[in-house]
Write a protein that binds this ligand. Sequence first.
Ligand code: CO
Length: 190
Amino acid sequence: MEILNKIFLENKAWAADKVHRDKEYFHKLAFIQEPDFLWIGCSDSRVPANEITNTEPGEMFVHRNIANVVDINDINIMSVIQYAVEYLKVKHIIVCGHYGCGGIKAAMTQESFGNMDVWLKKIKNIYSKNAAIIDALATEEDKHKKMVELNVLEGANKIKEIDFVKNNSDVKVHGWVYDLRDGILQPVTD
Ligand code: CO
């Protein structure tokens, strides 16, 4: 339990530091949530949304799943998007993939991963649709990167087609990719 005790201790130190810098810090946060951004990213522990963007609690509404898949039949992500747009009134929805994504790699193999195959199938479908483009690339690395980018574009495009997003001119949808090797975010373009 040593490792869990460390988490509670670190949490206390973090909270104390916030209060030290601003006495009203938690008081303010407890009453208002007005994030400008909805972040849809991968669950990967190396891509923590707030940390890599230097944002504070309250600034970013976050949804993460394996390989940042956007599926309009997934009630979880759809509820997050609807809440973010209609109630929190976010201005920007960011779908962020990352190079070196294990979910994308797994989906590009023929291996079975048990129950996770249902999830990975959503990514395999993106590969199937774009097989000609991906197979034409020379290296496994290039293929992987292209799949990461296509998955982001597909996700962003699906969100743009949702009625309550399409009909709301205050909301912009973005597709980004994060590179684990240098910590840099870049926009993905068609
Ligand atoms: Co990932």
